[in-house]
Design a protein around this ligand. Structure first.
Ligand SMILES: Cc1cc2nc3c(=O)[nH]c(=O)nc-3n(C[C@H](O)[C@H](O)[C@H](O)COP(=O)(O)OP(=O)(O)OC[C@H]3O[C@@H](n4cnc5c(N)ncnc54)[C@H](O)[C@@H]3O)c2cc1C
Ligand code: SF4
Length: 401
């Protein structure tokens, strides 16, 4: 990493440098010395405009190139709570298998827990090469210190080139800690992953509010770490036959010590999550008032689904944040999604464009939502939805007759 170096012997009036810095990063301390704080943007104005040689920009010596041959395979962290494997794990296995075809290297799963033999066998039905298991009472429940220790132990022993972790509550805590420990990079919430023949991983994710897709690489660090949200990748089919090997890893239990004492575990009541719905009816800013949501709820219920929304409805306080789809909301992938009065901003579509069937209702024929919709209806949803509700009810009645 490059750094700025201050040369006090060449500075007569430190205030000149303080005044030059547009970001307030150059500070004059009480003892009269200059210091650069965290606000520094490395714009190098102080280097260019300050007294000659007073501040210099110095590059660190180039890091020696990493031996990529020493790091092989793609590992997936098995996310589970009380033995129930989170479906994002299978989706990541699907992606890892696809990418492993490019390099011809194995796919591993890392399973941490206690009495997890059943789960290890379950993973073998999804076509992974090796399941590495750390089965210790200390790992019975997710705790950050022992889980990090076991995860890092696995990396040091197996040397996987890439590691995929679900962007779940556990994954979002564990992956950054492991990455920091291994002094490697981590890209959060990737939406696309591409593997190159030389095992470099292209980690692609929306940035700057979804206006650009950033391609992030860590070519001189291993492992390369990425988190991916649930419902972004495709899970492989379940194979009735087990394939692959279970490897029982050992670690000194002293390393699994936790400084955290869990006093109690309180289960949250089960909520209906929009991520789990097969059918979603989405309310956009075209909804004029809160009471109008009732008609969309009725349609959702008739179709056995739930109501969701765009961000403006959350900001207006008429829908809860947990119902928001999009970049700053949830990612969904239902079988059917019907958007009502939604324009289709990229920040919204990023959270739903993998849905099986997208129906969009909008009065504006130029609305971008029609670019991602499978079926577009140009019209006023205040007229279309009541008719649709009546038709569905009539059909249900005729089926019951
Ligand atoms: C960093 C960042 C993150 C963001 N994250 C999200 C996010 O996670 N989710 C999200 O949704 N947004 C997000 N946004 C906001 C996003 O850019 C859009 O502003 C938002 O999605 C627009 O919501 P909308 O489509 O409901 O409203 P509008 O863009 O106002 O569209 C309303 C649409 O309704 C149509 N319409 C009006 N009346 C009717 C009617 N009676 N019948 C049919 N059609 C009608 C109009 O033609 C129009 O196309 C984010 C923005 C930023 C900058
Ligand atoms: S590099 Fe730019 S931001 Fe940093 S101290 Fe110098 S002038 Fe300020």
């Amino acid at each position: 990493m490059a750094k700025l170096v201050i040369h006090p012997e060449l500075i007569e009036d430190p205030q000149i440098l303080v005044d030059i810095c547009p970001f307030g990063a150059m500070e004059l301390l009480d003892d009269g010395t200059l210091s650069i704080n965290a606000a520094c943007k490395m714009c190098k104005l102080c280097v260019r405009k300050g007294p000659k040689g007073a501040v210099t920009f110095e590059e660190d010596e180039a890091k020696p190139a990493i031996d990529k041959n020493a790091w092989k395979g793609i590992a997936v962290y098995c996310d589970h709570v009380d033995g129930v494997i989170h479906p994002v794990t299978f989706e990541l296995i699907g992606k890892a298998k696809e990418m492993a075809k490019v390099t011809g290297q194995p796919v591993y799963v890392l399973l941490l827990g206690s009495n997890v033999n059943k789960q290890a066998h379950e993973l073998l039905h999804y076509g992974v090469d090796e399941v590495h298991v750390y089965d210790y009472p200390e790992l019975a429940r997710f705790e950050i210190e022992p889980y990090t220790a076991a995860f890092c132990d696995f990396i040091e022993k197996v040397h996987p080139s890439s590691i995929l972790t679900g962007a779940t509550t556990v994954g979002r805590q564990l992956a950054p800690r492991v990455a920091a420990h291994m002094r490697t990079g981590l890209t959060a919430d990737c939406t696309i992953l591409e593997m190159e023949k030389n095992t470099d991983l292209s980690q692609i994710r929306p940035a700057f509010g979804g206006n650009i897709m950033a391609h992030i690489k860590t070519p001189n660090n291993r492992p390369q770490m990425a988190t991916v949200r649930y419902k972004i990748m495709n899970a492989p089919d379940y194979n009735p036959e087990e394939k692959g090997t279970i490897i029982h890893e050992t670690i000194d239990p002293a390393q699994l010590h936790s400084n955290v004492t869990v006093l109690d575990i309180v289960k949250k009541p089960k909520e209906d999550m929009i991520e789990n719905a097969d059918v979603l009816v989405v309310a956009g800013r075209g909804v004029k008032k809160k009471e109008d949501l009732e008609m969309l709820k009725e349609l959702a219920e008739l179709l056995g689904g739930q109501i969701a929304c765009t961000r403006p409805l959350v900001e207006a306080g008429i829908m809860p944040a947990k119902a928001q789809i999009g970049l700053s909301g949830r990612t969904v992938r239902p079988k059917l999604i019907i958007t009502c009065g939604v324009s289709g901003a990229v920040q919204f579509t990023a959270g739903m464009n993998n849905s099986d069937t997208i129906v969009a209702i909008n009065t504006d024929p130029a609305a971008p939502i029609f670019e991602v919709a499978n079926y577009g209806i140009k019209g006023d949803f205040y007229e279309i939805i009541p008719t649709l509700i009546e038709n569905i009810k009539a059909q249900k009645r005729s089926l019951n007759d």
